[in-house]
Structure formats: structure tokens, C-alpha cells
Ligand binder design. Sequence first.
Ligand code: C2O
Length: 456
Amino acid sequence: MKKLFTRRGFCRLAGAASVLLSNSSRAQDTPNRGALRVRLNVTGPGAGPILASYSKAVDAMQALPATDPRNWRKQAEIHLNHCPHGNWFFLPWHRAYLRYFEEICRDLSGDPEFVLPYWNWTKDPQVPKPFWNGVLNDSTRTIGPTDAMLSEFVGQDVIDIIMKITGFEQFASFRSTKTRGGQGGGQATLEARPHNHVHGRINGDMGNFLSPLDPIFWLHHANIDRLWAMWNLRNGNTEDGAWKGYNDPAYFADANKNSKGFVVAEVLSTYQLGYRYDTQPPQSPPALIAPVFKILPTFTLSANTFFQAQVNSPASVSLPAELGFLAKAKEIASLPDEQRLKTRVLLNFKLRPPTNIGTFVRVFLNCDYLNPETPLNDPHYVGSIAFFGNHDAEHNHGEMSYVLDITDTLSALKRAEAFPTEKINPQLLVVAPQGATGSAAEVGAAAVDITIVQAE
Ligand code: C2O
């Protein structure tokens, strides 16, 4: 049976009736042993029965005694106590976490076909309707059913920028020696932008490390997991043994209440884990080799600074740049797109997150006229950063690194004949949700540096 669907067998059958093709691809989508389960869009057709099973599972998990590792709150406490944020274990850890959770749901829902759905907030920026009723609702959310996620974080253009990134660390999060409390780390675009925003925008339980208490958490992370899998269709993960070989001790629980750990190398293919998203091809594509980006040490600008940026009032740092740096940056800004992907200019801000987690910052470069109305299609705009997961930040005086790629902004400035001539001035504009004022909506900046990285 299995052999029939190898690529060669399939080609030989290609002349057969198309009925066979549709039957066989449906057969693959059922949870028979050895078949691939398909995670579907929660707003797509076929989501009704999945959500009915999900509700049953949530109900059952909430009813379990607090000592049972499958208990709803116990599951959230795994996240509270162990989730890595702001480092390169962010993606594999959450993938493993979701997979065990899905298995528990399958068991407790009594639906052997259950597969966790995903919430694609780019296409459907509001929390999906079924999540405002019954057991799927979470009354602590600070937004309502008609409030949307903001397009400057989840819009298609932002996702396109993220999917174009070729460096693994620049894609989601930077190298660290441990899942928590290690050396290094830093949040890159996928984590700092759409991921963090969805947490902070929904807020309530979603605004802190007990976020898995909100049933939407799991579908949010399924979408992050899906974007990683989609990115992998064209890009490789890092080959670094310190990442792939990382062995995290057992603190997940499987459906039989056994403690489970994970090794990063074992969770790199959704296909090997027995599932794929409906946006992934049916067959596992070959794994790709990732480029290794190295910092060019002669071209680094840095400043220790300390300021508190206030809502709606632009705050900036001035980095005097040597002519050599400016010439190099201008040369990179002028490269054709393809070549520019191999040499990138990165801006690293050490920031102290606001206490109101719905507060975020817009980052600009050298914009003399920056004000709260400056549009996001202005060539000086770099991107927006939201805050979540500053747990480790507590060890570092509340600071966390946020890394933004400014290469394309420099290109836009060059095209607009506004390329910096003496200084590079990164700027922060704090934007707060209604009702967040004063110190709750302040963002602290502790250090900033600019580096140039090149693929080997
Ligand atoms: Cu570890 Cu989006 O949460």
C-alpha cells in the first residue's frame, strides 16, 4: 500500500483515472497509522467538526484533577515554567509542545481524526467567531470580536518580508546557549513582529506566559509553526550542532501521562512528526542547506544609551558613522535584490518592554519630520516591534534584544536620495492602545548597534 504512493509508483499510475488520484490523496489525509494528518485553516471548510472536537477536549482537560499532567492549567504551566522566547529554541520547542497537546486533545475528544487547526491572522485578522463562545472563549481578553490584528504586524507584505529572509537566526530568533537564562539570544522578525503582536493585541491571558489558558493560543502557534514549515520550502534551518543536538529534559506530557522531552533534530520535519499543513505539499520536500551569516567586524556601530521613550513622541539615538561604514552600507543598498539577500545590515535594539504589553514601537531611520502621523510607506520606516516573552529579560535588567533588518530601508533611502551622510539615527515611536498611558506605556532603550552580516 505504502509503496504505491512513492513518487515512482505514482508516476506509473498517473495515466489512471483521476478518481484514483482524489481517493488516494484523501486516504492520505485520514489519521490511519502511517498516514499524514493535515492541519487545516480554522476558518476554512471542514472546521466545524474539528472545533466541536476541540471544545470537547478543552472541556475534558479543564475537568481533570489539578494533579493530572493533561489538566488544562497544568498544560499552561508547562509554558509558564519552560517556554523559550527570544532565542533560537523558540520554534522547535513550541512545535514539540503543540504536538503533545494535539495528541492529548485527540484522546480526550474521543475523535481519532482530530488534528489541531491553525489561525491564519493574515487572512482573518479577527479572533475567529467560535472563540467568542462557550469553552473556546476567554473572558480576560482586552479586545472584542470586531477588533483586528494590525496589518503592520500580520499583513501580507510583512509575511512576504519574513519569507524572503534567508538566515535562520534572522528569520525568527537568535542563538543562545540555553532555552532559558543562556548567553546570547534576541528576537528577530517572525517572533518580534507577528508572533508578539498577536499576544499583546489580544492581551489578558494571551499577554503573559500563562497564555495557553486561552484556547486561541494553540491555533496562533500552529500558524507560527506553519510559517516556519512554509519558510523551510525554500530555506534551510541552521546546521549548528548546538541547536540541532539540543536535548531538552522531559516536561511535556503525552496522552498517556508520560513525561516527554525532545531533541531539536527530531522535530525539524512536520512530515516526520506525522503531520503537514494544508498549505504544504503532500510529499516531504528535500531539506535545504542554510547559508551561514558572519558579522563583518570592521563595520559595527554601537552606542550605550539609556532613555525612556514616551507614547507618541519620537525618541532617537545618534550613531556617528565613519565614511568607510557609510560607503559599505551604500554599496549594499545599491546591490540588486538577489545579491542584497546575501549581505544584510542589522539593527539591534536592547529594549525594556513596556508594562502594558499591548504597547508597541515603530522603528524609523533618520526621519527629520517623524511624528505620530508619519505613514508606514514612508521610506524612513523600518518596521514595528511588539513585546512578549521578556522572562529572560528579568535576568538582564529587564532588557531584551530586538533585531530588525534595515537593508531594504537603506535601499529605499538611497532611491529617495535621502541616504544618511554622517550619522545613522535609529528612532522609536511608541504607540499605545487606548487607556495605556504614563509609565505603563514607556519603552526603555539601553543599547543599540548596527552590524553588517554576510553569507559565506
Ligand atoms: Cu511561548 Cu507565543 O508563546
